[in-house]
Design a protein around this ligand. Structure first.
Ligand code: NDP
Length: 310
């Protein structure tokens, strides 16, 4: 019986992934769904949002690899087999995200939206720049991506604080943890960046009440998942001016519906969910490493806890 890997993604290039994986796993058959051959050969599934029922025929499956850092779509399924599930963990992916967050924070910190508006109106609008160290930035979520982002922001001299479920220690970062610390944390964030996973606990965590805790005129950045934020509440806060500007890469419904008021807001930058992407060239080695670990009976790395949701 041969040993095979099955690939499924509508968002990623199967050719690119298979070319990147093959040198690391020369003896493994690579099959792209729906051409799965004999499903009993399939021991590894490398997937992004496969259709419901996808896993059923693969009764010899040993590992599910999620082709991304966010696992909410996978762990919320009712048909996820009871097997090790891993996520991508790639320093290049973290760097891509950290640079997007840095770009977004700098854009707000250096008043670029005001200059873009003034330029459209042919208006010379001098706004005296503030030092980065005087600007308080907060990041919700200090995981792989969040911790890379806070360190990048700190390097630029911002006054950075981060919040997570359990206490973290990161050089130069004011780290806080737990729900009790959240209200005070939010009240300090002139610029808030959401970098949490979407779980039962974080769904609509950022609601009207918590948005109201942000300082008047705060800037808001979401690069994590849309449903972490109550979108109508965010829209209301943007309309009232309580939140003065936002950069949104993710939304409750994607693509963002045509009738969303967000499209028409001058103080909102919309990007189509691309703050960071999976990079086959760099991430293939750790996918292969986990397959080797399964083969030799070792525990896999970057394992997801489906019960916890991330
Ligand atoms: P990780 O799983 O590595 O880290 C998650 C962080 O959030 C941890 O610090 C964790 O705390 C914290 N957290 C989780 N639940 C809670 C909670 N209830 N209260 C407080 N803190 C909590 O995630 P990553 O950093 O790798 O990625 C974050 C998210 O970014 C992904 O889940 C994904 O949704 C999104 N993403 C978006 C992309 C885009 O292009 N826009 C691309 C890739 C990812 P603790 O450390 O204590 O466990």
């Amino acid at each position: 019986m041969s040993e095979a890997l099955v690939f499924y993604s509508k968002a990623d290039s199967a050719d690119e992934w298979i070319s990147a994986l093959r040198p690391h796993l020369p003896d493994l058959e690579m099959r792209v769904a729906p051409d799965v051959g004999d499903p009993l050969d399939v021991h590894y599934a490398v997937v992004w949002k496969p259709p419901q029922g996808f896993f059923v025929p693969f009764t010899n499956l040993k590992l599910v690899v999620n082709l991304g850092a966010g696992v909410d779509a996978l762990v919320s399924r009712t048909d996820l087999p009871d097997l090790p599930v891993t996520r991508l963990s790639d320093p290049h992916m973290s760097r891509m995200m950290a640079s997007f967050v840095l770009m977004s924070v700098l854009r707000h910190a250096r008043d670029i939206p005001a200059f873009e508006k003034a330029q459209r109106e042919k208006r010379w609008n001098y706004v005296h720049p503030r030092m980065a160290g005087d600007i308080k930035v907060g990041v919700l979520g200090l995981g792989e991506l969040g911790s890379a982002a806070v360190l990048e922001l700190s390097l630029q001299g911002f006054d950075v604080r981060g919040w997570s479920r359990t206490q973290k220690r990161l050089p130069g970062i004011d780290c806080r943890a737990g729900m009790d610390a959240l209200p005070q944390f939010l009240s300090e964030c002139e610029i808030l960046v959401v970098m949490l996973p979407l779980t039962r606990d974080t769904h609509h965590l950022i609601n009207a009440e918590r948005l109201a805790l942000l300082p008047q005129g705060a800037k808001f950045i979401n690069v994590a998942r849309g449903p972490i934020v109550d979108e109508p509440a965010l829209i209301a806060a943007l309309q009232s001016g309580h939140i003065s500007e936002a950069t949104l890469d993710v939304f409750e419904h994607e693509p963002l519906p045509q009738d969303s008021p967000l499209w028409g807001m001058e103080n909102v930058l919309i990007t189509p969910h691309l703050a960071s992407v999976a990079i086959p060239r760099t991430a293939a080695a750790q996918v292969a490493q986990n397959i080797h670990r399964v083969r030799s009976g070792e525990p896999v790395l970057n394992r997801v806890d489906p019960g916890r949701g991330y």
